[in-house]
Design a protein around this ligand. Sequence first.
Ligand code: TTP
Ligand code: MG
Length: 358
Amino acid sequence: MARIVHVDMDAFFAAVEQHDRPELRGKPVIVGGSAASRGVVSTASYEARRFGVRSAMAAREAQRLCPQGVFLPVRGSRYAEVSRQMMAILRDEVASVEPISVDEAYLDPGGGDAVAVAARVKSRIREETGLTASIGVAPNKFLAKLASDLGKPDGFVVINPEDVDRVLLPLPVRMLPGIGPKSAGDLAALGIHTVAELRSADRGLLGLHLGRRAGELLRLAHGEDDRPLEIERETKSLAAETTFSVDVGDRDVLRGQLHSFAAELAGRMAAAGLKARTITVKARFRDFQTVSRSQTMPRPVSEAVELAEVADDLLSRIERRDLMRLIGLQVSGFGEGPRAEQLRFDFAQGMGEVQGGR
Ligand code: TTP
Ligand code: MG
């Protein structure tokens, strides 16, 4: 039975911009870079993707590929607002929701009809946010996410158990989670390009090249994934990071990327009702040296602008000026969340009464 639903908004930041400014609909919209060719692309509308523009690409490159593109700054608090609206619809429809990013979640309708739930969610998102989501319905998380990817944009793809082989076998191995360009290259060197080829590959050979990941990969190649939804999971930290397609040394560009992460993380924290005490910037240099700088705040923070400010400061504390291949932002220390804050507030009010206001 297809029983897990995966929801993923289409070109999320760009779609919000096109919704709020109708004159941008149908146009190539690029969020996160600037026309002055600084910064890194957060996302691009599907119109811009036709020119080859992608998330995490240098804005300069996006500008070259799509000179007519409309470049817009990241409006984190607005995306967080739409994210909250979308997650509220999901929680209204099903009890088991696992948000996995600002615009993505898994649903488990339990005994309910997963396809009917998915259809309702899709139309409510359309009506109540004015945006499109792609939906996948499948026997497990891996296949549900794959299904929503396969239908993008505005997709609705159901993979039933009897469809699994037909869908999976022809796919390139890089569609499997955990297979990046490096692993895909390693597998290609073994003559393995598709899931079908992976399935029939020699086990010993795979083990030799992939180590203990081989077993996991083979399970995915058979469409097997028994991970449950993590509903009650206590979130310890949230992170966003990117590996640049071309190494970056320009501090303005790095700051721009961190600001986009700040917006994304603020959205994810809002969706999960979290506030963070600790903020960390991680950087990996061209030679793979990895450094991080952390700051613990006197009070929990959740707003994109606050995160961005701290991130700027942390970045400036990384002295080495060489080209970076990766930059990331992490938030943690959620213990002091909204509930703890509320308790303290109530307590302080009570004290105020007793002491007659100080
Ligand atoms: P995604 O869901 O990965 O991308 P998307 O919604 O823009 O496009 P689609 O799902 O249709 O392929 O990410 C959600 C948002 O997160 C995206 O709109 C912007 C932000 N983001 C970044 O800021 N940097 C990134 O590298 C990525 C991948 C996303
Ligand atoms: Mg999306």
